[in-house]
Design a protein around this ligand. Structure first.
Ligand SMILES: NC(=O)c1ccc[n+]([C@@H]2O[C@H](COP(=O)([O-])OP(=O)(O)OC[C@H]3O[C@@H](n4cnc5c(N)ncnc54)[C@H](O)[C@@H]3O)[C@@H](O)[C@H]2O)c1
Length: 354
């Protein structure tokens, strides 16, 4: 046991719980006390990896050396475990989506206030390089007035067949991936208020929950975000596209740099028309490259260890919590409005909370 490191215990040792375990084992600010999982085979796996296994959730929560409990179980179990952990005097890190609805999240926020324990959500995709580039570019004003952004994740294997395919467990792609993409959009357009929302959910491989969706978020000032997740797409569309009055930027996929084209000269003389089989067009003809400047923004360095570093410093009162609960609540309200819009097949008003 190290004196300077905070001890963390993980509830749920599945895909993400084991990621947290590996991550905490490599951390400079916290150390792994152990795990609890309801499945014997996951407990056996943890033991075979040299990790202490508690005999029950109660046993874990009774360990006074633990300061942080990380919750990495299916979504419907987040709230009861978070409430119990805070009642037991633990600070809590919870996986996304934090809860199934905003009422559950409000109960957690109230509990955090009444116990004085920190509660934060692992919105780890705030450390994604593509997001960091877009956030920075939007804030820089280099593209002039930005009027739209598009953010997409596309896969081609349908929705996973585990709990993610079931409504009772909080399955579906909106809660699984939408939560990340919406959180990122609200982080990029942090100077704007949401006015309206429109969403259509897909049910290509699954009737019970959405296996993809197309969401429009209409912000004040005429700025629109298109957020899209697809799980039956054999050709992926670009990960990010942003358009401003003076230029555009695009990131193709997870690993690419960002391509930026800036307009140097709006008025182009002698536009060469594109001739198509059905006629010709000057409006849609490519620009003469002398009227634009093109460059690449390389992927920045990003260290997701800063998540737990921030949690530890926030517990000690040395830093503000980075992933704020009102931000997570706002994302939850957007997802609820999206589901409402899908049900009504209509644009819905959004009462923003910022
Ligand atoms: N932030 C990310 O990038 C990211 C990525 C994947 C998953 N997640 C989130 O992590 C959570 C877990 O997802 P996963 O992919 O690891 O799922 P998983 O099915 O791989 O693992 C879940 C584990 O929780 C255990 N479990 C279920 N109920 C439990 C309970 N009441 N008490 C103790 N253990 C319990 C299961 O036995 C299983 O081992 C979900 O909320 C998911 O959305 C986040």
């Amino acid at each position: 046991m190290s004196e300077n490191k905070k001890r963390v215990a993980i509830v749920g040792y599945g895909g993400m719980g084991s990621w947290h375990a590996r991550h905490i084992l490599a951390s400079d600010v916290c150390e792994l006390a152990g795990i609890w999982d309801i499945k014997p085979e996951r407990r056996a796996l943890a033991e075979s990896n040299g990790i202490h296994v508690y005999s029950s959730l109660n046993d874990l929560l009774a360990d006074k050396s633990i300061e942080i409990v990380t919750i990495a179980v299916p979504n419907e179990c987040h709230m009861p475990i978070a409430l119990e952990a805070m009642d037991s005097g633990k600070n809590v890190v919870c996986e996304k989506p934090v809860t199934l609805n905003h009422e559950e999240l409000e109960k957690i926020i109230d509990k955090s206030k009444s116990t004085g324990k920190l509660f934060s959500v692992h919105q780890n995709r705030r450390w994604d390089c593509d997001y960091l580039i877009m956030k920075d570019l939007y804030a820089s004003g280099k593209l002039g007035e930005v009027f739209s952004i598009e953010s997409r994740y596309h896969g081609s294997r349908g929705i996973p067949g585990d709990w993610r395919a079931k409504k009772e467990h909080g399955g579906g792609m909106m809660l699984d991936w939408g939560v990340h993409l919406i959180d990122q959009i609200l982080g990029i357009a942090c100077d704007r208020k949401i006015e309206k929302i429109y969403c259509r959910c897909d049910h290509i491989t699954n009737d019970e929950v959405d296996d993809g969706f197309k969401l429009e978020i209409y912000f004040n000032g005429g700025f629109t975000a298109h957020v899209e997740v697809g799980t039956s797409n054999f050709i992926s569309m670009p990960r990010f596209f942003m358009a401003g009055r003076l230029g555009a930027a695009m990131i193709e996929d997870w690993k690419s740099d960002c391509r930026v084209v800036l307009c140097d000269e709006w008025d182009e003389k002698d536009v060469k028309p594109v001739v198509t089989a059905a006629g010709l067009t000057k409006t849609m003809a490519p620009r003469d490259e002398n009227t634009t400047t093109e460059f690449v923004i390389p992927r920045p360095a990003s260290d997701v260890h800063n998540f737990y570093r921030n949690i530890c410093r926030a517990i000690d009162g040395k830093e503000e919590q980075l992933i704020k609960n009102n931000e997570v609540l706002r994302v939850m309200l957007v997802m609820e409005a999206a589901f409402r819009s899908d049900e009504l097949c209509a644009v819905v008003d959004f009462e923003d909370i910022v």
